[in-house]
Ligand binder design. Structure first.
Ligand SMILES: *[C@@H]1O[C@H](CO)[C@@H](O)[C@H](O)[C@H]1NC(C)=O
Ligand SMILES: *[C@@H]1O[C@H](CO)[C@@H](O)[C@H](O)[C@H]1NC(C)=O
Ligand SMILES: *[C@@H]1O[C@H](CO)[C@@H](O)[C@H](O)[C@H]1NC(C)=O
Ligand SMILES: *[C@@H]1O[C@H](CO)[C@@H](O)[C@H](O)[C@H]1NC(C)=O
Ligand SMILES: *[C@@H]1O[C@H](CO)[C@@H](O)[C@H](O)[C@H]1NC(C)=O
Ligand SMILES: *[C@@H]1O[C@H](CO)[C@@H](O)[C@H](O)[C@H]1NC(C)=O
Length: 375
């Protein structure tokens, strides 16, 4: 009887585990289904609201048909999803003198006259284009709104783009669309595999796509929690500018200012052959760090002016005042790490007596002082 009871117990436990695993799988499937649906909803909405069209059919690989090689062929090594990109805008004659993101956007809008996309000959190596990359669902928060607003107000780029597979959501996303109507949204299929491994972290998808876009187009890549403080124009004279978060964390990739076909970024891309999907920091932060260590002249470094205060000094942003931020190019607001300390609504910034409060007011109102004494 005892043995029987033991078997019964073991059997119930096993049954329980099986049921749990089954339910988990169901919910996972439902989730991935939802993501696909969201992507389609996104496209549908985007086409009604912005008169965009869905991206054209995947372009077949055309390597051996005598066609000129295209940078997209090179990307194919590690990211098969690039087969869905509109190949001609990356590689035709006009691509050399035009903003490729602009043409990508117009193509998705079904506009064939791409002459407005010509890049001005302004003498800079890096075009005055700011872009963001966000894959999977993304709820826009106060800080994301202010970061992109800072691009418009401080950098005043020719164009601002968000490249992604799903439209961001939230009140502050809607406010952003109102306040920055020139923002352009480009649909880019989400890469699922990098170097034949399932890419489990959305951050890795954004990492590889930002490098691709910079290789093709050049420009200023920003994370949505990196805020412009001063114009980056002096940095647009360098081939490539990045900054160390710190020696242990590695080279930050929240800000990359680069010319087209940057050899440094090409090396970073080539290094995806060592991609390891279980090593969160390896390809994004460590590779760039070691490349720079090998040849410190290959990169213009702005660590202090991109990533300070560092995440280990975040009290300087969230508690104290008096940090000298005005001389920085940009400040990282550590949105994920410090989410619990971030203002949830915009009105909170008016009387938020902290360094970040000063910065946020400077971006939103143009003046950094507290606003509590206003009549
Ligand atoms: C499209 O417009 C509708 C109606 O104005 C709005 O409810 C919806 O949120 C918009 N969708 C997007 C993706 O902006
Ligand atoms: C897009 O362009 C094609 C021809 O290139 C045309 O048939 C189609 O109607 C256009 N769609 C929209 C939404 O303008
Ligand atoms: C920057 O790029 C130019 C050509 O694009 C090259 O001649 C120069 O050596 C590069 N400078 C550095 C520091 O890599
Ligand atoms: C990938 O990274 C993980 C965690 O750092 C490590 O344990 C594993 O050995 C790595 N795999 C390869 C093939 O290098
Ligand atoms: C650094 O340089 C050494 C020697 O030239 C080379 O073997 C190594 O692969 C380089 N590392 C990187 C990350 O480029
Ligand atoms: C703001 O905080 C600083 C200390 O960081 C303090 O000296 C100052 O009095 C505070 N201002 C107000 C209006 O509370």
């Amino acid at each position: 009887m005892k043995t029987y009871n033991r078997y019964a117990t073991v059997f119930s436990i096993v049954l329980f585990i099986v049921v749990v695993v089954f339910l988990q799988t169901l919910s996972f499937l439902e989730k991935s289904n939802k993501q696909v649906k969201d992507g389609l909803t996104f496209l549908h909405e985007i086409s009604s609201n912005f008169s965009l069209i869905a991206p054209t059919k995947p372009i077949s690989r055309q390597r051996d048909d005598g066609k000129k090689s295209c940078i997209i062929d090179d990307w194919m090594r590690f990211d098969p999803s690039v087969a869905t990109l509109p190949r001609h805008i990356f590689c035709d004659e006009l691509s050399k003198s035009s903003d490729i993101l602009c043409r990508w956007f117009l193509t998705q809008n079904n506009i064939t006259d791409h002459s407005p996309c010509r890049l001005p000959k302004d003498g800079y190596k890096v075009p005055n284009i700011v872009f963001y990359v966000t894959f999977t669902e993304y709820k826009f928060l106060v800080e994301h709104y202010l970061c992109i607003l800072s691009a418009k107000k401080i950098q005043k780029p020719q164009f601002i783009y968000i490249v992604g597979d799903v439209m961001p959501t939230g009140l502050y996303w809607e406010k952003l669309l109102k306040d920055v109507p020139e923002l352009r949204i480009i649909y880019r299929q989400k890469p699922e595999y990098i170097s034949r491994q399932f890419a489990r972290w959305p951050a890795h998808l954004s990492d590889i796509v930002r490098v691709q876009i910079l290789l093709a187009n050049g420009g200023i890549y920003m994370d949505t929690d990196e805020i412009f403080i001063q114009s980056f124009n002096p940095l647009r004279n360098y081939n490539i500018t990045m900054g160390l978060v710190d020696v242990n964390t590695g080279m930050g990739n929240a800000v990359i200012v680069a010319e087209r076909r940057s050899p440094f970024l090409q090396k970073m891309y080539d290094n995806y052959k060592h991609f390891n999907n279980s090593n969160y920091y390896a390809n994004s932060l460590k590779t760039a760090y070691y490349l720079w260590k090998n040849d410190t002249s290959s990169l213009h470094l702005e660590s202090e002016n991109f990533y300070r205060p560092g995440w280990w000094q975040d009290d300087l942003l969230f508690v104290k005042t008096g940090f000298k931020w005005r001389t920085k190019y940009a400040v990282h607001v550590w949105s994920k790490r410090d989410q619990h300390r971030m203002p949830k609504t915009l009105d909170v910034i008016d009387n938020w007596n902290t360094t970040l409060g000063e910065i946020f007011r400077y971006i939103y109102y143009g003046v950094s002082r507290l606003r509590k004494n206003r009549v």
